[in-house]
Design a protein around this ligand. Structure first.
Ligand code: ATP
Ligand code: MG
Length: 551
C-alpha cells in the first residue's frame, strides 16, 4: 500500500491477506463494461476502485468489454467507453479484451458441461420457464427436458449454433438444483438463440452466452485474481463459483461485491440514461446535464475532480446515496485551484465614458495564486459593458448589501479604473439603455483618491474589443432528490429549468480561441468551459462559485 494514511477498505484488506498468504502473487483486477451505453459517474467509481487497487498493489487492471448481448451493444459505445477511461487517466493492462474473443472457448465449455451431464437443451419457452422456476418461497420444478441424453443435447446445441432453430424455442441450461434457495442456481440459462449480428463477430454466432455463463470464465481466462462488482451480483456469486469449479478453467478468480454509487438529483442507470437520450429529454449522451463521463467532460468537470470525488467515497458492503453537494465540492475545489480567471458579461449594459477617449491595454493575472498560469491583456476603451445586475439607480441601497455601481456613486472595475455613474439613458419603452459615466484618473492599480469611495469591484469588458458569445447555464437535471423512487416515472421529475441559454453575452478578447479542455472562472459568475460541439463561441457553465442550490 502506498496511501498509508488512508484507512484501508475491506477489499484492500482481503488483497493484503491474499498476498501475505501467497494465495495471490500478482493482483489482477478488471473493469468490465457492457457496451450498451455510455459510462456514468457510477462507473467512474468502479473504474477508480478497480484501477486504484491494481495501482496500490502494483498489479494490473484489464479493460474488458462484456459484449455478450449484441441486441443492445454497438461499436459506438465501445469507442465512447475507451475514450472515457482514457480521459479519466487510467491505463489498462495489455490489450483491450472482449468477451466475444472467448466465444469459441465458452462454446467448448458448454459442450463439456453437457458431456458431464451438467447441462441440457431445454424446450420450455420463457413463460413456462418462469412458471417452473418457482419463487423465493416456493421451490422450482424440474424441466421435462432435464433428463435428455447428452448426445441429444449436443446435437441440438449444434443446431442452435448453426441457426437452424427458431429464437425463443430452445435454451441451453445448467443442471444444478431446482430446489435451491438461491434462484440463480435453479438451472440457469447458459445460451440463448439470437439470430442477430454482433458488432465484432458478425454473423458467426446464432447463440450468445448469458452474463453468468460468461463473466467468471472471462475472469478465469484473463487470470483476474479479484473480480470486483456491485452488490446486486452477490446472489450470483455461488453460480460464478459453480462454473469455476465445474469447468477446466486456467485460473480461479474470486468475486467480491461493494456498494453502488448513487447520486441524488441524478440517475445512475444506463438504461434510464438511454431513455433520456431516446426521448430527447436531453440532446445526447454527452449533454452537459447528463451524469455521464462524457457529459461531465463537456460540462467542464476535470478528470481529477471525478477521481478525487470517487476516492473520497467509502468502498463498503452497503449501497448508499451520496449527496450531489459532495461531488460539487470536489468540482469547485479543483476549478478554484486550476481554472484561469477571465471576464464575461452575461447580461450586458453599455457604459459610455464622457471624460475618456483613449484605448489602453491592461494586464491582469490569470490566477491570483498561480503565477504559472500567466496573464492576459485587457483592452480598455471609452465604451465598456457591465452586467445589468451590477447597476442600480436606487441610491438608498446600503453599501453593505449592494457592492456594485449606483447612480452618482463609484465602483472599481476589476484590473482597471474606478468609475462613477453620472446619468441613465433610456429607450422609448423606458428601459435603461446606457449609462453615462466618468473614469477617475490615475486609479488603475492605485488607491482611491480622497473622497472617492467605491462600493465594490465589478467585472467588465470593452464594448469595442470583446467577443460575442452564448452562455449555457445549467441547473440540476432533476428537481427530486431521488427521481427514481419518487412517484411516477423518473422522467416526471426532470427540472424544466435545467438549461438556460443566454445569447449576446460579451467575453474578453483572450477567450477567442480557447480549447474546450481549458477551464475558466468567469469572475463573479462561476466556472465555464467552451462547448466542444458548437461551431460558434459557446460557453457551458460547469458550476457556480458557491453552492446556491436550495432543495
Ligand atoms: P447500469 O445499471 O448503469 O446499466 P451496469 O452494472 O449494467 O450498470 P456495466 O457496464 O455492466 O453496467 O458495468 C460495468 C461495471 O461498473 C460493473 O462492474 C458494475 O458493477 C459497475 N457499476 C455500474 N454501475 C455502478 C455504480 N452506480 N456504482 C459503482 N459501480 C457501478
Ligand atoms: Mg450490467
Amino acid at each position: 500500500m502506498t496511501d498509508s494514511d488512508k484507512p484501508i477498505n475491506f477489499i484492500q484488506q482481503i488483497i493484503t491477506d491474499d498476498l501475505a498468504s501467497g494465495k495471490t502473487s500478482k493482483v489482477v483486477t478488471r473493469f468490465p463494461p457492457e457496451p450498451n451505453g455510455y459510462l456514468h459517474i457510477g462507473h467512474a467509481k468502479s473504474i477508480c476502485v478497480n484501477f486504484g487497487l491494481a495501482e496500490n498493489f502494483s498489479g494490473g487492471c484489464n479493460l474488458r468489454f462484456d459484449d455478450t448481448n449484441p441486441e443492445k451493444e454497438s461499436d459506438e459505445f465501445v469507442q465512447a467507453i475507451i475514450e472515457d477511461v482514457q480521459w479519466l487517466g487510467f491505463k489498462w493492462h495489455g490489450d483491450i479484451r472482449y468477451a466475444s474473443d472467448y466465444f469459441d472457448q465458452f462454446y467448448q465449455w458448454a459442450c463439456d458441461l453437457i458431456d458431464q451431464d451438467k447441462a441440457y437443451v431445454c424446450e420450455l419457452n420463457a413463460e413456462q420457464m418462469r412458471e417452473y422456476r418457482g419463487t423465493l418461497t416456493e421451490v422450482g420444478k424440474d424441466s421435462p427436458y432435464r433428463a435428455r441424453p447428452a448426445t441429444e443435447s449436443r446435437a441440438l446445441l449444434e443446431q442452435m449454433k448453426a441457426g437452424e432453430i427458431a429464437e425463443g424455442t430452445m435454451t441451453l441450461r445448467a443442471k444444478i438444483d431446482m430446489a435451491s434457495p438461491n434462484i440463480n442456481m435453479r438451472d440457469p440459462v447458459l445460451y440463448r438463440i439470437k439470430r442477430i449480428a454482433h458488432h465484432r463477430t458478425g454473423n458467426k454466432w446464432n447463440i450468445y452466452p448469458a452474463y453468468d455463463f460468461a463473466h467468471g470464465q472471462e475472469d478465469a481466462i484473463e487470470g483476474v485474481t479479484h473480480s470486483i462488482c456491485t452488490l446486486e451480483f452477490a446472489a450470483n456469486r455461488p453460480l460464478y463459483n459453480w462454473f469455476i469449479d465445474n469447468l477446466d478453467v486456467p485460473s480461479t478468480p474470486s468475486q467480491y461485491e461493494f456498494g453502488r454509487l448513487n447520486l441524488n438529483y441524478s440517475i445512475t442507470s444506463k438504461r434510464k440514461l438511454k431513455q433520456l437520450v431516446d426521448e430527447a429529454h436531453v440532446d445526447a449522451w454527452d449533454d452537459p446535464r447528463m451524469p455521464t463521463i462524457s457529459g461531465l467532460r463537456r460540462r467542464g468537470v476535470s478528470p481529477a475532480a471525478i477521481r478525487n470525488f470517487c476516492d473520497s467515497l467509502a468502498v463498503a458492503k452497503t449501497d448508499g446515496v451520496v449527496d450531489m453537494a459532495q461531488f460539487e465540492h470536489f468540482i469547485r475545489d479543483d476549478l478554484n485551484n486550476n481554472a484561469r480567471r477571465a471576464m464575461c458579461v452575461l447580461k450586458p449594459l453599455l457604459v459610455t465614458f464622457t471624460n475618456y477617449d483613449q484605448s489602453e491595454l491592461f494586464t491582469a493575472s490569470s490566477h491570483p495564486q498561480r503565477d504559472d498560469l500567466g496573464s492576459r491583456e485587457l483592452p480598455f476603451d471609452r465604451q465598456i459593458y457591465i452586467d445589468q445586475s451590477d447597476f442600480s439607480e436606487d441610491t438608498s441601497l446600503s453599501r453593505k448589501k449592494f457592492k456594485r455601481l449606483v447612480l452618482g456613486e463609484y465602483v472599481r472595475l476589476r484590473g482597471a479604473y474606478i468609475i462613477r455613474a453620472d446619468e441613465v439613458i433610456r429607450d422609448n419603452d423606458g428601459e435603461i439603455q446606457e449609462i453615462r459615466a466618468s473614469v477617475v484618473e490615475n486609479t488603475v492599480g492605485a488607491d482611491a483618491p480622497e473622497g472617492v469611495r467605491p462600493r465594490g469591484v465589478i467585472h467588465w469588458v470593452s464594448a469595442l474589443n470583446s467577443l460575442d458569445c452564448t452562455v449555457n447555464l445549467y441547473d440540476r437535471l432533476f428537481n427530486q432528490p431521488l427521481p427514481d423512487s419518487a412517484e411516477g416515472s423518473f422522467t416526471d421529475h426532470i427540472n424544466p429549468d435545467s438549461l438556460k441559454v443566454l445569447e449576446g453575452c460579451k467575453a474578453e478578447l483572450s477567450l477567442a480561441n480557447v480549447e474546450s479542455t481549458e477551464r475558466y472562472q468567469f469572475e463573479r459568475e462561476g466556472y465555464f468551459c467552451r462547448d466542444s460541439e458548437a461551431e460558434t463561441l459557446v460557453f457551458n457553465c460547469t458550476i457556480g462559485l458557491r453552492d446556491n442550490w436550495k432543495a
